[in-house]
Design a protein around this ligand. Sequence first.
Ligand SMILES: NC(=O)c1ccc[n+]([C@@H]2O[C@H](COP(=O)([O-])OP(=O)(O)OC[C@H]3O[C@@H](n4cnc5c(N)ncnc54)[C@H](O)[C@@H]3O)[C@@H](O)[C@H]2O)c1
Length: 702
Amino acid sequence: MSEPARFERIDDVGVVTLDNPPVNALSLELRSAVRDAFAEGMDDPDVEAFVLTGGGRMFSAGADITEFASGRSNEPPTLRDLIDLIEDSPKPVVAAMHGNAMGGGLELPLACHGRVATEGTRVGLPEVNIGIVPGAGGTQRLPRIIGVQAALDIIVSGKPITAEKALGVGLVDEVVGEGGDLIATAVKLAKKLVASGEAPPKTRDRDAHLAEAEANPSVFDDYRKSIARRARGFDAPFACIDCVQASVEKPFEEGLAFERDTFQKLRTSDQASALRHVFFAERQASKVRGIDSDTAEYPLRRGAVLGCGTMGGGIAMCFANAGIPVAVREHDQAALDRGMEIIRKNYAATVSKGRMKQAVMDACMARITPTLDMEAAVEDADIVIEAVFENMELKKEIFTELDRLCDANTVLATNTSSLDVNEIASVTGRPGDVLGLHFFSPANVMKLLEIVRGEKTSPEALATALTLSKRIGKVGVVVGVCDSFAANRSLYAYTRQAGFLLEEGALPEQVDRVIVEFGFPMGPFAVGDLAGVDVGYKIRQHRGRPEGRYSDIADKLYEMGRYGQKTSAGWFRYEDGRTPIPDPVVTDLIIESSKELGIERREISDEEILRRCMYPMINEGAKILEEGIVQRASDFDLVWLYGYGFPRYRGGPMFWADQLGLDHVYEVMQGYYEEHHDWLEPAPLLEKLAKEGGTFGEWASK
Ligand SMILES: NC(=O)c1ccc[n+]([C@@H]2O[C@H](COP(=O)([O-])OP(=O)(O)OC[C@H]3O[C@@H](n4cnc5c(N)ncnc54)[C@H](O)[C@@H]3O)[C@@H](O)[C@H]2O)c1
């Protein structure tokens, strides 16, 4: 095995190169090798300075996060040991960064005596995303280098910045442009530091930048307020602020100890383990049975979208935003004009909020070609996405035509929300090319993309769809064919119970409050008002009344013309168009409904509301998992995280259920089943795992 760090000399500068592909993760082996390399240079009287750099694609993506769970991150030399070694080095050390310098991979350079980076290098402290704070001095050194405000922006958001921006805030000393030599530049800086004759400057001693915050301590509370909404429920962003505050209020060593304690506390917290789970879930989702790196893919040069309604318009925007030219086809001019106008307005709104440049909007609009001509729309497309009305006969007609018009090796996708993708594929002579691409509304915003694999979908078509999902910035989750797929099928288990809770004694404002307090951005009734009470009604009309018990209060709202936000009244009333206000008219309607059903209304606890909404949804998730509709439990977690805003710091419904204990979830479900019957019967998988003491996570990975 090769050493994970190399040492070589350029003149009288020792160059230490991290060499632990693919991302130079700071594993125990790498840390030991770096320590040894520095020791070699320290002992060599001919070495006057060091350059620390990364081999391969990047400087370093940071800690090896599997070591957090195993505890190996605490084995010496720890990252902090290495950092002390560098900061205290009597011979100056210059970091030479390219690609990424993230997390621990930036904390190392922060302790160096100079920093250079190639253009486009991304530097950042993303620890907050996995529920922790930087644990090797990042929160203490970064403010000393770039000031409190800029440090808070980087640490609390977890978002990387480019080398060019880093230069602007003083995080790097020099940016090496295209054609420049990174190592030579770093060597030059190292020699300059030697030539100055002064002891290498220690970051820990650089207090000048802290003065501004010292003089204005309210900066921290202001920052807490500014993230209060966005970070509601998350511990780590607030802990990051506490740590940066400590850098100002405490001596360096104490600040470091504070950061250390905070890091240790968070590392073992439920939130951190949930967020680590999400981190791995996202990476797992693209590992799909039957597909590997050898699977051929179709090119993705052009797309075509059929239908420019609510979904089609948003889908076309996804292509345009990703730089892929796309044709949108409508069946009449008025609908086409209307659809294109909505797209234009959507972009214009983003421009007017300052979130997009006019030139970018113009370029996006130019990538979308509206047309009435089906053949022209699809003839050069590598992927066609059908988003016309939810009607099987119409979809079959369209796929018959696509079969005739499209070249071989074109992915033929349907955006159907509920129809049988196998049946749609059956009208073509190439069912291998057919799959579902189930976007969520608004399609240009929502991150989830259910990729529906039909019985005959080919690995090539599926691999192409997965690549598309990445290119358009979606979280693609492969699901199998079943009524309404994984997301909407399990959503129904949730909203259905929410409806029954009203009949039994709760009110929409109580249910929504409990769900929001749990961490969702909105409760089911506010969501109903946003999506449109009329939309839900029409879907029920079209699909027929669902089996089993059924709450018809939503239908009554529809009959009263209360369609939700668009009519300023639905489950709630609205004065400003978006803030739900409880409405006595709805309270009366609900009480009347209970009476009609002969149900004596009772006090319903917050706990019961949460369990009644969540556990049946998890139970449905267990069926979806056991039927193989999703490949693994974490895929179902992603569906809820990205489709419906399940709180990320709880990891997703299946992860959460595993934490609660499946014996408990099963017992509660069994109780509901005995009381309410209906389709609350515990799923066989839930029962089995509860009795065996298993978890969804482990079961799925077997
Ligand atoms: N609205 C949602 O939240 C949502 C979410 C996911 C999936 N879907 C699915 O997406 C599809 C479209 O839904 P929508 O909400 O965008 O409907 P929509 O009514 O807003 O749009 C459908 C569009 O298709 C056009 N159209 C009809 N026949 C056509 C044809 N032969 N060729 C080209 N265009 C034609 C219509 O003129 C209309 O503009 C449906 O299958 C629906 O189930 C909807």
